[in-house]
Design a protein around this ligand. Structure first.
Ligand SMILES: Nc1ncnc2c1ncn2[C@@H]1O[C@H](COP(=O)(O)OP(=O)(O)OP(=O)(O)O)[C@@H](O)[C@H]1O
Length: 258
């Protein structure tokens, strides 16, 4: 937390060991409201484990995770997504391959915002109206992400980059307050990289979504993030503006190739 302000996410002393490996070692991190923060570092430096322990997928050995002032350290992944409106992506893209793009988004909206799984099967008037609202929101996000021309194609028939956009648009369906993206640009062509960057900027500026982004492409970090944190062997090596981080000698030696 910065002085006097409650951060959207405030993590203190996060530590996780796997046998003899300390994957994350006493890491503090905060994200201010409306901030896009980069998390970078060499392979195996603990970035994904940090995500896992922050989002309920893994249990940290010690440390605390606070979302807008509420302690969510032991909350499940599902509760953090639904109640906390803090969503995350994985390195592997997950979409419903047989469903078209619009249905993917509507179902994501149902999963995150309907009161229970059972209620998603309801055919009552209230449920129908909710689904209509979700469909309208889905169409807006489909236009925003440039998926309009393929909106009614099965997700499984689209490219890896387009599937990433579907996943990203799905995460915007429940009006999240914070999204954590694990290598959103990996394996996608430069044109789609621009599209993902534009969509992140739009969600940040117009929808008020804060972001924590694991990204190896330092140009993307420089273009998107106001601040970056560098992990090395589970520890925080440095934090600052992208320019400060790039200029840091230890970061150059450990990560950016001297
Ligand atoms: N489930 C696990 N069991 C055992 N060791 C693990 C497990 N998950 C991660 N590790 C170890 O923890 C360390 C950090 O791994 P992690 O995947 O968090 O790094 P990373 O920075 O995300 O790497 P990359 O950039 O390659 O995705 C590595 O040494 C890894 O082998």
């Amino acid at each position: 937390m910065t002085s006097g302000k409650v951060s959207v996410l405030d993590i203190k002393g996060l530590t996780k060991t796997y046998g003899a490996v300390t994957a994350v070692d006493n890491v503090d991190l905060h994200i201010d409201h409306g901030e896009i923060l980069g998390l970078i570092g060499p392979n195996g430096s603990g970035k994904s484990t940090f995500f896992d322990c922050s989002t309920g997928l893994a249990t940290p050995d010690s440390g605390s995770v606070s979302l807008e002032g509420s302690d969510i350290t032991n909350w499940s992944l599902n509760r953090i997504a639904r109640e906390g409106r803090m969503l995350r992506s994985f390195q592997k893209t997950v979409v419903f391959k047989k469903l078209d793009v619009e249905e993917n988004l509507v179902i994501a909206g149902q999963m995150f915002t309907f009161p229970s799984v059972l209620s998603t099967f309801s055919v009552g008037k209230r449920s129908r109206m909710r689904i209509e609202g979700l469909r309208k929101h889905a169409r807006e996000l489909i236009e925003l992400t440039g998926l309009g021309p393929v909106a009614h194609m099965a997700a499984g028939n689209l490219s890896g980059g387009q599937q990433k956009l579907i996943q990203f648009a799905s995460m915007l369906m429940p009006d999240p307050r914070l999204i954590m993206l694990d290598e959103p640009m990996a394996g996608i062509n430069p044109k789609l990289v621009e599209r993902v960057i534009d969509t992140i900027r739009y969600a940040n500026r117009e929808m008020g979504v804060s972001f924590l982004i694991i990204e190896h492409n330092i140009d993307v970090v420089t273009s998107l993030c106001s601040r970056a944190i560098v992990l090395d062997q589970g520890r925080k090596l440095c934090e600052g503006t992208p320019a400060e981080v790039i200029a840091n000698k230890q970061v150059r030696e450990a990560y950016l190739g001297g």
